[in-house]
Structures are given as structure tokens and as C-alpha cells.
Write a protein that binds this ligand. Structure first.
Ligand code: IMP
Length: 430
């Protein structure tokens, strides 16, 4: 038996919510380890749809411990709002089933204010952030200006830290013509929420260690995707955290050997929200069809996602650099009606064929996908629950993808419904 980390192997929105939900049936503890409320995980459980941003997907199930780890940046207002919202859907959330790392960094109102002002200042060169202040909070953490959950228990120290942070950021806000913030307002707002936030705060690394010692199954739930990783992604068009499974160790406070199986969630085509290179993007009717059939709109921001063919070069790179053991292939049913399907098998960079995504932004913008065209299966994978329900040509497509990415398809998802899943390898028992 091993613990499992679930991460996105493309640019996020691969359908992690459903897969995490399928696996959380088996898990005892579900841990978020990076990102913040920029994430959007949709779960459909017993016909009810839950849209989670910051809360681990385990919260919608009974008798699971959900943990927001130290690697997450937490907007306290957004967290309380989300807890209230989920409670309204009849889900119980208490300090018994939700724990927040006492050493997690907080997102304060100055972070989204700066995020939005900086994006505006970038004009056409904007990153397309979610505007939630994620990157700015991580910047403050690394610059040692951050304010952490545990600081809420020490009002005088908290006030000092806010003053120090605002002295730095107000100059930038003023320079960009944006409104500045004052220490007392920020402090009062935080103190108004501190009791509630602190009631969830705890020593999460110890809770994870205790669960591990007791033989419990731990699921590490990643957010965003491999190519939004600050080191391995399409920098600078990335988020500000490491999204790879290795971050689960640092962002949850466990040894890297505790992670076990790494499952990479992979869409049968490719999507991206926000700006940045996207070699297989389709700005034509096929792209439109993928977006329409796949309901490709962001859960967090409602933005239309850019769509394109499956890029095997990208996914193979995510598998190699992210240590992915197997993939969960999602949304295969969206390809059901196509006469032909293209798969990117290599890139052309200035006339030279390459089999990896180069690091340079300039090169990434210049590469052209080299496609292999495959006959569509023109049959129904939608709702398939066993291999015998999957058309033969679709099986061939899946086998071909496995060959290209050099990893097995451990799980096949054939609709948003939790039961429309074919399990080939149980990540917890691999
Ligand atoms: P930030 O994380 O808000 O700073 O945004 C940085 C980039 O990551 C932008 O291109 C966002 O669209 C993208 N991004 C952030 N969170 C998600 C997500 O959960 N899914 C897909 N893209 C995301």
C-alpha cells in the first residue's frame, strides 16, 4: 500500500476534482499542498455539484480528514466564504474534519490589489492571472515579509507585520496609481476573522505523521498543472508555486519517500487558461468544438479555455520531470465524434525536430507541432465502465498515447459521473 499524489500533467483543468473524489473514497486523509483559491475543482457527488477552490476534495465525504498544508497560500476571507458555501449544501465542516497548517502563509487584501494593478500595468503582456493575489503572497513568503496563520494568535506582532508589509507594498500601489491600504483596516478585518480561522489551525505535519503511523491512506491533492509550475512550466506564464508531486513533501511536511504513487491527470486533448505558449492550440472550428463539447470554462474565473490537440511531447516531459507513475486519462468522450484526431509527437524548432519543450519563451513561441493523424473511432466511449464498452479504435488511441508518453493509463474517465471510470491500476495498491 502506498500514499498517492494526484497532479495535473498539462496546464491545469485536467479533471482532477473527479479523480480525487474517486480516490478519496479509499483515502483517510486528503491534503492540499500548494496553490490557493486560484484552483477550481468540480465534484459531482450523488447528483450534487460542488465547486471547491481552497478546500481539499475530501471535505465532501464523511469520516475523512482534510488538510490545508503549509505550502498553500490562504485567503482567510475566501476560506470562510467557501466553508459557509459548502455548509449550505449540507456538508459538515468542523475542526475535526478540516485542519489548516499553522505555518501556512496568508493572502491579505494587498495581494489581489497588487496582482490586479500589476496585470493592468503589463497590458498586452499580461500573464492572465486569476487576480487572487496568489503570486504576490508567495513573493512575500519568500521575501520573509509574509504573515502566517499562527501570527493571528499574537495581535501585537500581527500589527507589526502588517505595518512592515504595507510599508513595502503601498509604495508600489501608489506608483501604479492604485489605492493604498492602511494597517488598522487590514488588522481589524483580520482580527474579525481570527477566532474562526484559528479554530481550524493546527500542527498538520504531525497529524499527517500520526495518520501515516496508524496505516491510514493519504492522498495529496495537487492544484493547477505541470506546465504552470514555476520551475518546470512555461515561465513566466506560470503560477508562483511548484505544482509537481515533489512539492507535496515540502508543502505538507512529509518525507519525499512517503509520497508513493504519483498519478498524473491528463486530458485526452489540451487546454489552457490565461496567456502563454500553447503549441497545439487550435484557433479554428475544431478548437471551438472541443471547448463547447468539453464545457471548457474556468471554475474559478469563468474564463473561456483555449483548446488544442493532445500534446504527447508535453505530457511525456511532465512524466519524466514530475515523476509520474501512471496517468488518469480524462474526457476521452469529447473526442467521440471526430473523423480524425491529431496527436503532437514532436516539435519543429527553426527547421530542427526536437522531442522536448525548450525552456526559452522565445523558442516556445516559435515551435511548430509535428502531428500524427489518427482515424477517429466515431463511437461512444461516453459512460463506458469497462474495456468491453470502449470502441476498438479508441483502445488503439489509448495504447498509442501510452507508447508516446512512456507511462501507463492507470485510470480512464469517460464522463463527469464518478462511476463512469475504468480502473486499470489502483494507485493505493501499486
Ligand atoms: P495565478 O496562479 O492566479 O497567479 O495565475 C497564473 C497562471 O496560472 C494564469 O495563467 C492562470 O490562468 C493559471 N492558473 C492558476 N490557477 C489555475 C487553475 O487552477 N487551473 C488552470 N490554470 C490556472
Amino acid at each position: 500500500m502506498s500514499n498517492v499524489a494526484v497532479i495535473g500533467s498539462q496546464w491545469g483543468d485536467e479533471g482532477k476534482g473527479k479523480i480525487v473524489d474517486v480516490l478519496s473514497r479509499e483515502a483517510d486523509v486528503v491534503v492540499r499542498f500548494q496553490g490557493g483559491h486560484n484552483a477550481g475543482h468540480t465534484l459531482v457527488v450523488d447528483g450534487e455539484t460542488y465547486k471547491l477552490h481552497l478546500l481539499p476534495s475530501g471535505v465532501v465525504r464523511k469520516n475523512k480528514l482534510s488538510i490545508i498544508g503549509n505550502g498553500v497560500v490562504v485567503d482567510p476571507k475566501a476560506l470562510l466564504w467557501e466553508i459557509d458555501n459548502v455548509k449550505k449544501q449540507g456538508i459538515e465542516i468542523t475542526p475535526e474534519n478540516l485542519m489548516l497548517a499553522e505555518n501556512a502563509t496568508l493572502i491579505l487584501p494587498v495581494h489581489p490589489a497588487l496582482d490586479i494593478a500589476m496585470e493592468e500595468a503589463r497590458g498586452a503582456k499580461k500573464i492572465g492571472t486569476t487576480g487572487r493575489g496568489i503570486g504576490l503572497a508567495y513573493e512575500d513568503k519568500v521575501a520573509r515579509r509574509g504573515i502566517r496563520v499562527c501570527d493571528l494568535a499574537h495581535p501585537e506582532y500581527l500589527k507589526e507585520r502588517i505595518e512592515n508589509m504595507l510599508a513595502y507594498h503601498n509604495a508600489a500601489l501608489k506608483g501604479m496609481g492604485a489605492e493604498t491600504l492602511n494597517t488598522i483596516d487590514v488588522y481589524d478585518e483580520l482580527m474579525g476573522m481570527s477566532d474562526k480561522i484559528l479554530s481550524f489551525s493546527g500542527v498538520t505535519w504531525k497529524a499527517i505523521d500520526d495518520a501515516d503511523k496508524a496505516g491510514k491512506k493519504i492522498l495529496f491533492e495537487g492544484a493547477q498543472g505541470h506546465f504552470l509550475d514555476v520551475d518546470h512550466g512555461t515561465y513566466p506564464f506560470v503560477t508562483s508555486s511548484n505544482t509537481v508531486a515533489a512539492q507535496a513533501a515540502a508543502g505538507a511536511g512529509v518525507g519525499s519517500k512517503k509520497i508513493g504513487y504519483v498519478l498524473g491527470i491528463t486530458k485526452a486533448y489540451t487546454t489552457r487558461v490565461g496567456s502563454g505558449p500553447f503549441p497545439t492550440e487550435l484557433e479554428d472550428d475544431i478548437g471551438e468544438t472541443l471547448g463547447r463539447k468539453g464545457h471548457e470554462f474556468g471554475v474559478s474565473t469563468g474564463r473561456k479555455r483555449r483548446c488544442g490537440w493532445f500534446d504527447a511531447v508535453l505530457v511525456r516531459q511532465a512524466i519524466k520531470t514530475g515523476g509520474i507513475d501512471g496517468i488518469a486519462l480524462t474526457k476521452i468522450d469529447i473526442l467521440d465524434d471526430f473523423d480524425e484526431i491529431k496527436v503532437c509527437v514532436a516539435y519543429d524548432l527553426n527547421g530542427k525536430e526536437i522531442d522536448y519543450l525548450p525552456a526559452s519563451t522565445v523558442d516556445q513561441a516559435n515551435i511548430k507541432p509535428i502531428y500524427k493523424t489518427i482515424k477517429g473511432w466515431k463511437g461512444k466511449t461516453q459512460g463506458a465502465r469497462s474495456w468491453s464498452d470502449v470502441p476498438g479504435d479508441a483502445v488503439k488511441y489509448i495504447r498509442y498515447i501510452e507508447e508516446l508518453i512512456e507511462a501507463p493509463v492507470a485510470l480512464l474517465s469517460t464522463s463527469p459521473d464518478r462511476d463512469d471510470t475504468i480502473l486499470m491500476q489502483d494507485p493505493f495498491n501499486s
